[in-house]
Every structure is written in structure tokens, then in C-alpha cells.
Design a protein around this ligand. Structure first.
Ligand code: TRP
Length: 334
């Protein structure tokens, strides 16, 4: 039996290089060896996008196309939609008895997110909703309803996994050994820097290269990216370590990376030429991804079927697990 990997993604925007190199490339690797399950977490996305259902709806499709285009293989990995598994919502209610409000308020991931969403939740989080504060509980249900054993995560998700394990231990101690404690699998690269040099590439930070970006957009983004500010003239030597152009060469240019580095340091490489070369390499890197996307865009019934079949399989597992859970909780009325 293959070990079960469970992961999720909020459908709030298209995938960018940060997603690809930070997490999705790991999933692609794992699908060769493990039973990989990818939840399109639309219910979780609604916790901070409840006022924008259209955005969530559209991005379920967008994210699916993005995932398929980069090489998530529906024969190897199971893709499903969270809202189509109502058992997750049911389990979330039972788990919510096992978590204190104070513990949720102390969760570092939740704290950071509340601070970032002032418009929605107020300057000091005074307008935080019950739903958003509780999303770690719902995520614990996501993981355990499928018996997720291995959870590939970035550092920012660790507190959520810790909270999930606490819920599992509490559940097992009250209702009897029923649930498995999931393990994390920390990726080596967990974040990709943004075009502006920010430690994190993010849609809301406005510093991302999206997989669907058109060639003209990529050109503009790369031309405006941050380089070594000490380099004024074309033949000034520069420090590639602080240059975003070199940083992205590192991701997509396997051909002459060392040359780029030495020439930059020696001052024999002008920034414009270096950027033009990156634009070319970036487009070359994205080309097969865009072609695969086009294929799926032209075959919408195939995409629909992938989600339907994946969701059906996931639901069967969730139903089975819920029966076990209801029995343990003595609510298994016939
Ligand atoms: N919280 C995750 C994110 O924002 C998405 C997610 C939902 C998830 N359910 C999950 C991740 C279950 C791992 C396991 O990226």
C-alpha cells in the first residue's frame, strides 16, 4: 500500500512561480511514489472571500487548469473539490468542541493572516469571523477524514499541522484510538522571492510571475525587477546574490548559469542583455506549460471529468471514515 499524501490549495488566484517551485513541484515528484490527494480548498477560500464567491468559483477551474498544465497527472494524483465533500463540514463541527478559542487565537499562522487582512477583520482583528478563526479546525478535518499520513508543507503551514495533531490526540483520548497523527514533509525550497526582492512571491504583494502571464507581461515584469543598486553603468561589476534577475536565472536557466554569475561579478555583462536572456529562458520554460494548458482549455469536459472522478473517490473515503468517527462518538444512529 502506498502512503497517503494529502495537501490542499485555496482557489483564490492563478499559480505563480512561488507555488510551482515552493510546493507544486514537490507534489509532482511525490505522485510517482505516493497516493497523492490534492484538495481544491474552496470552503477554506471562502473563509476570507465570503464576500466574493465569483472569485472562488472561477479559480477552482483556473487552479485545476494550472495544476494539470504543470504536470499533476490525474492518473497518479487525485484532485477534488472540498465543498463537494460535506462530511468535512460535519467533522469540522465535531472537532470544534476539542479546540479552545484561545488556542486558535494563538496560532501563529492565523495571527499573521489576521494582521494582513485589516480591511476584512479590523485593525486589531476585532472583526474576526468565527469561520476564519476556525479554519485550522476545518483543515484538521480535511487531513484526517482522508487518513492523510504525509502532508507536504511550507514553514508557514507548520502551526496548522501542529494544531491538527493536537486535535487528533484529544479525539483519540476521549473517543478511543480512531485517527492517525499526520506527519509533515518540509520542502527544501518553501518560498520563492518576489520580483521586488521581497522574501516571498505573492499575488497580493504584486511581485509574482504567473504561469499564465503573456510574453509581453513577462517582459515588462523582468525589465522592472530589482537588480544590484550599486550597478549604474553597463560594465560596473555587480553582486548576483542581491539581483533578482540572477535569482530567476537560477530557477529556469540550466544552460549557462555559471557564465551569468561570473560575467555579472566581472562587469562583463550588462543588465539589459542579462534581462533579455532571462526573458527568453523564462518563456522557453513556460512554453510547454502553456501548451498543456491550452490542450485542457480546449477540452473542458475532460477537466470536468477529472474533478468529478477525483471528488467521487475522495467522497467514498470520507464517508467511510465518517462512519468510523460517528461510531467512536456514539452518534451512529441507524
Ligand atoms: N491552508 C493551505 C494553504 O493556504 C491549504 C490547505 C487546505 C491545506 N487544506 C489543506 C494544506 C490540507 C494541507 C493540507 O495553502
Amino acid at each position: 500500500m502506498k502512503k497517503k499524501v494529502l495537501t490542499g490549495i485555496r482557489p483564490t488566484g492563478n499559480l505563480h512561480l512561488g507555488h510551482l517551485f515552493g510546493s507544486v513541484s514537490k507534489w509532482i515528484e511525490l505522485q510517482e511514489e505516493y497516493d497523492v490527494n490534492i484538495e481544491i480548498a474552496d470552503v477554506q477560500a471562502l473563509t476570507d472571500n465570503f464576500n466574493n464567491p465569483k472569485k472562488v468559483r472561477e479559480n477552482v477551474k483556473e487552479i485545476t487548469l494550472d495544476l494539470l498544465s504543470v504536470g499533476i497527472d490525474p492518473k497518479k494524483a487525485n484532485l477534488f473539490i472540498q465543498s463537494k465533500i460535506p462530511e468535512i463540514a460535519e467533522l469540522t463541527i465535531f472537532y470544534s468542541n476539542l479546540v479552545t478559542v484561545a488556542r486558535l487565537q494563538r496560532n501563529p499562522t492565523v495571527k499573521t493572516e489576521i494582521a494582513q487582512k485589516k480591511e476584512l477583520f479590523g485593525n486589531n482583528g476585532e472583526s474576526i469571523t468565527y469561520g476564519f478563526l476556525g479554519y485550522p479546525v476545518s483543515q484538521a478535518a480535511d487531513i484526517t477524514i482522508f487518513d492523510g499520513e504525509i502532508i507536504p508543507v511550507g514553514e508557514d503551514q507548520l502551526p496548522l499541522l501542529e494544531q491538527c495533531r493536537e486535535i487528533v490526540r484529544k479525539f483519540n483520548s476521549i473517543y478511543g484510538e480512531t485517527l492517525k497523527e499526520p506527519e509533515q514533509l518540509l520542502s527544501k525550497i518553501t518560498r520563492v522571492k518576489g520580483l521586488d526582492g521581497n522574501e516571498k512571491m505573492g499575488k497580493s504583494l504584486g511581485n509574482a510571475i504567473f504561469l499564465v502571464d503573456k510574453e509581453e507581461v513577462i517582459k515588462k515584469k523582468i525589465m522592472d525587477a530589482k537588480t544590484d543598486p550599486q550597478k549604474i553603468k553597463k560594465d560596473d561589476p555587480a553582486d548576483p546574490k542581491i539581483c533578482m534577475i540572477y535569482y530567476y536565472h537560477n530557477l529556469v536557466n540550466k544552460e549557462n548559469l555559471e557564465t551569468v554569475c561570473t560575467e555579472c561579478k566581472n562587469g562583463t555583462r550588462g543588465c539589459v542583455a542579462c534581462k533579455n536572456e532571462l526573458i527568453e529562458k523564462m518563456n522557453k520554460f513556460l512554453k510547454p506549460i502553456k501548451e498543456k494548458r491550452k490542450y485542457y482549455e480546449n477540452n473542458p469536459e475532460q477537466v470536468e471529468n477529472i474533478l468529478k472522478e477525483g471528488t467521487k473517490k475522495a467522497r467514498e473515503k470520507a464517508k467511510e471514515q465518517m462512519e468510523k468517527i460517528r461510531k467512536a462518538m456514539m452518534i451512529d444512529y441507524k
